[in-house]
Design a protein around this ligand. Structure first.
Ligand SMILES: NC(=O)C1=CN([C@@H]2O[C@H](COP(=O)(O)OP(=O)(O)OC[C@H]3O[C@@H](n4cnc5c(N)ncnc54)[C@H](OP(=O)(O)O)[C@@H]3O)[C@@H](O)[C@H]2O)C=CC1
Ligand SMILES: O=C(O)CCC(=O)C(=O)O
Length: 520
């Protein structure tokens, strides 16, 4: 496999190399990857900056065609992509094939978003020359791309949140060149996808500088990228420490820039009394299915469960414990992630009672699922208990009553999701909890499980800090494009000088709000 990274269409070799690791066996994978340095970050960013003006003014149709070409080129890699991703991540084939479909589906969704045109945010206020006491100017607003975007590939979704994942798809859709910092846990997968993007750029006749990828272990590379003056926004999915470090770097720049970091979440699940009375066992089994999916390596993993103490909650815990005892140990993404998981389990062990663990590990880097229980007072006294443990570990909190659940929920940090399980008689307590959940989470579910985010127009994959660094945004779904756009107002510019999006006659056929009325 070609381990050279890509800057503006050029494959780059360097003297320093690193290797990928197969976490299932704990051994290096054959093949070497060339380590990028600060000079390469500089070249990639300069190329992105040089390509920006031409790329941002390509037509929405041209960018839609390009995103579809990226999807087709990823599909054309075929089996080698899935094989390589399996080797590098330990994730099973079915999951990776599904993730590939999600990735290409996401690129095609953004092609549709571009053609539908709402993203351009065209608003026109007609001039009122006779208005008294002062005339009103001709005011026209559209949204433009913010500039080159730095994207950090996530370890846990090597396709859908990595090189051609949601951040890259939305930045390119918006008209922003992208410089990716590849995640060192899946370097081969990253370069295969990067090659597909580059081929699509060439096939569509776009400037090569709109995409580059740098790679190598260590924080310096990513830090240099975020510091680079050409970079105007950052997309990140990963750890709280990593996300906060990038936010700090971005804020300390002479020109601070936004960082859209999706970080940590325990995704509280509330089992209301009616639901527990009706189906405690079924809930216990389904909960373990969501908890252990992908070895629990989802930021949407249900890490905290609430119920009112009593026989029904005991039935739930017993069913969950029985299902957990059968849960197979699964390979975790990296040795560091496995070690961090076991450390998190130790922290929970110190403050809560162990309900049970999954089957014992039968190889290296296997995550052994773990379930704990404690009471609500202990959680209020020890907030460490409700910090994310990345992997299949969860805590069941036994409360005296619903008021106590509400009190604990109010103390929680921001979350990506919050889930209510409802049964007979639960509508009123649910109504009372909803305002609390709205203040805490980006997505509220009923009678489901939070893992598995739908890529759709109404999706919000975001939430207040520390779920994300910007609660006004989503990293999944159509609205994710808004992170990489900014509004510009044109006042009294002659029609010949206006961009097509806001010219008279609407040459691009974009939806417009004209004098407050929606038109096309
Ligand atoms: N909530 C979630 O969605 C996820 C949470 N995690 C958590 O993160 C832990 C580590 O996993 P990992 O996926 O490696 O996530 P990290 O946040 O450690 O790393 C993600 C990316 O950010 C870079 N990075 C991290 N810190 C810095 C920094 N201070 N300065 C510059 N770049 C930085 C990394 O580069 P490099 O590796 O080269 O240093 C990597 O490319 C897990 O154990 C888990 O706790 C992980 C994935 C998803
Ligand atoms: O649950 C999902 O589909 C997405 C989860 C996610 O964004 C993450 O784990 O980083």
């Amino acid at each position: 496999m070609d381990g050279r990274f890509l800057i503006a269409g050029e494959r780059i070799a360097t003297a320093r190399r690193f290797q990928g690791c197969n976490p299932a066996a704990g051994v290096a994978i054959e093949g070497e990857f060339h380590v990028s340095g600060p000079d390469h970050v500089d070249r990639a960013c300069a190329a992105a900056d040089a390509a920006f003006d031409a790329f941002r003014e390509t037509s929405p149709q041209a960018r839609a065609d390009f995103l579809e070409a990226v999807a087709s080129h990823i599909e054309a890699i075929g089996e080698p992509l899935v094989e390589r991703a399996m080797q590098e991540t330990g994730l099973p084939r079915a999951r990776l094939e599904g993730e590939r479909a999600r990735t290409t589906g996401q690129l095609r969704l953004f092609a549709q978003v571009l053609r539908a045109g709402r993203w351009a945010g065209v608003v026109i206020d007609s001039p009122l020359p006779a208005r008294q006491p002062l005339p009103r100017s001709d005011l026209r607003q559209r949204r433009i791309a913010v500039g080159p975007v730095a994207v950090f590939g996530a370890s846990n979704f090597p396709l859908a949140f990595s090189v051609a994942g949601g951040d890259t798809a939305t930045a390119l859709a918006a008209g922003c060149p992208v410089v990716v910092k590849a995640h060192p846990a899946h370097p081969g997968t990253s370069l295969l996808v990067a090659g597909a993007i580059d081929m699509a750029i060439a096939a569509c006749g776009l400037p090569r500088g709109i995409f580059s990828i740098v790679q190598g272990p260590g924080n310096d590379l990513g830090a240099a990228l975020v510091r680079h003056p050409a970079i105007k926004a950052v997309g990140f999915t990963g750890s709280r420490n990593g996300g906060l470090a990038l936010v700090a770097i971005a804020q300390a720049r002479p020109e601070p820039i936004p960082v859209y970091a999706e970080m940590s979440s325990v995704n509280p699940v509330i089992l209301l009394p009616g639901a527990l009375a009706e189906r405690a066992e079924a809930l216990g089994t389904a909960f373990v299915g969501s908890l252990t999916m992908g070895s629990g390596q989802f930021c949407t993993n249900p890490g905290l469960v609430f119920g009112v103490e009593g026989a029904d909650l005991d039935r739930f815990v017993a069913a969950a414990s029985a299902a957990l005892a059968e849960a197979q140990p699964q390979v975790m993404l990296t040795q560091a992630i496995h070690v961090a998981f076991e450390r998190g389990v130790e922290t929970l062990s110190a403050g809560a009672a162990l309900v049970g663990r999954g089957r014992a590990p039968d190889g290296c880097n296997r995550g052994q699922a773990a379930l704990f229980t404690t009471d609500a007072d202990a959680v209020i006294a020890n907030p460490e208990l409700v910090h994310e443990v990345f992997g299949a570990a969860s805590l069941v909190v036994r409360a005296r009553d619903l008021d106590q659940i509400a009190r604990v929920l109010r103390t929680l940090e921001g979350q990506l999701t919050a889930t209510l399980h409802l049964g007979e008689g639960d509508a009123e307590p649910a109504r009372a909890l909803l305002p609390i959940l709205e203040r805490k989470a980006g997505r509220i579910l009923a009678n489901g499980w939070p893992t598995g985010v739908e890529v759709a127009h109404a999706m919000v994959h975001g939430g207040p800090w520390p779920a994300t660094s910007d609660p006004r945004s989503t990293s999944v779904g159509s609205a994710a494009i808004e992170r990489f756009l900014r509004p510009v107002c044109y006042q009294d510019l002659p029609d010949a000088l206006l961009p097509d999006a806001i010219r008279d006659g609407n040459p691009l056929g974009l939806p417009r709000l004209v004098d407050g009325e929606l038109t096309r």
